[in-house]
Design a protein around this ligand. Structure first.
Ligand SMILES: Nc1ncnc2c1ncn2[C@@H]1O[C@H](COP(=O)(O)OP(=O)(O)O)[C@@H](O)[C@H]1O
Ligand SMILES: [Mg+2]
Length: 260
């Protein structure tokens, strides 16, 4: 569904992504794991067409959604083509109500009637948002804001949903609840790309894993193969040394695994 081929991205002349290829499929959670600075957010920004707003650009490779070239498509058209992003740090409109935030997520894509229908679905998925619907989003807890950010992305009924570290700064119990909902979203047929530093949480719901390090894919394979991987232990600990053991026979290992 979404195909990234040999992608390279730079901020100015600084490399952030150095030739990443990956595929994201409907009905599956694809986890993108890696340390701070590995290039995860940069990849999501590139897929959603927002990289230029951060002073970056794709300098090589391709990104295709059902064959359509996303690198030459503006962000609003990308949303309309079926890709929605929940950005790092949630970014809800703090002064707007919960309901207004959700409404905004469907605005560029849908008729009023379709917005009402999507709103009902989102509020069913996150009942707490129904309770809070008239409250300012800024008054919600971190976990509730994350649910709102996900709900807002779902308002466009995406085929592809990108999530950038949804568990960050959120109580573990709530993070688990959100992860279970992310799994449900994928089971409904959405292709989910989940960026996480919380490896255990991500492996609990992922089908496929890409581990990225220094802007390249360090390893990839089925989630089950990563359950006890030395490479991931090293990545989750934030170490900078080269992996010594093979992370698993079913995984392809490529590129360098150290960048600092
Ligand atoms: N707006 C930006 N301008 C310049 N460099 C950036 C910008 N955003 C990120 N970078 C750099 O790009 C690299 C990848 O960062 P990022 O994609 O945010 O990593 P991650 O999300 O995996 O922590 C890092 O070296 C980071 O410092
Ligand atoms: Mg990031």
């Amino acid at each position: 569904m979404l195909n990234v081929e040999s992608l390279a991205v730079q901020y100015g002349t600084a490399d952030a992504i150095n030739g990443i290829s990956l595929t994201i499929d409907p009905g599956r959670v694809t986890a993108l794991l890696g340390n701070n600075g590995a290039g995860k957010t940069t990849l999501l920004r590139t897929l959603s067409g927002t990289i230029s707003m951060h002073g970056g650009q794709a300098v090589r490779g391709s990104v295709r959604l059902e064959g359509r070239d996303l690198l030459r498509t503006p962000p609003d058209r990308i949303v309309r083509a079926g890709l929605a992003q929940v950005p790092e740090g949630r970014r809800v409109f703090a002064s707007l109500t919960v309901e207004e935030n959700l409404h905004a997520g469907g605005l560029s894509v849908k008729s009023r009637k379709d917005i009402e229908r999507s709103m009902a679905e989102v509020l069913e998925m996150f009942p707490i948002l129904r309770e809070r619907s008239a409250q300012s989003a800024g008054l919600l807890s971190g976990g509730e804001q994350q649910m709102l950010a996900i709900g807002r992305a779902l308002m466009s009924t995406p085929k592809v949903l990108l999530l950038d570290e949804p568990s960050l700064g959120i109580a573990p119990m709530v993070a688990k609840e959100i992860a279970a909902t992310v799994r449900t979203i994928a089971d409904s047929g959405v292709a989910v790309l989940l960026v996480e530093q919380n490896t255990r949480l991500a492996l609990g719901i992922a089908d496929q894993v890409y581990a990225i390090d220094g802007g390249t894919i360090a390893a990839e394979g089925p989630a089950a193969d990563f359950a006890d991987s030395e490479l991931l232990r090293r990545l989750s600990l934030g170490g900078g040394t080269r992996a010594r053991t093979d992370p698993g026979s079913a995984m392809r290992q490529g590129g360098k695994t150290s960048h600092d």
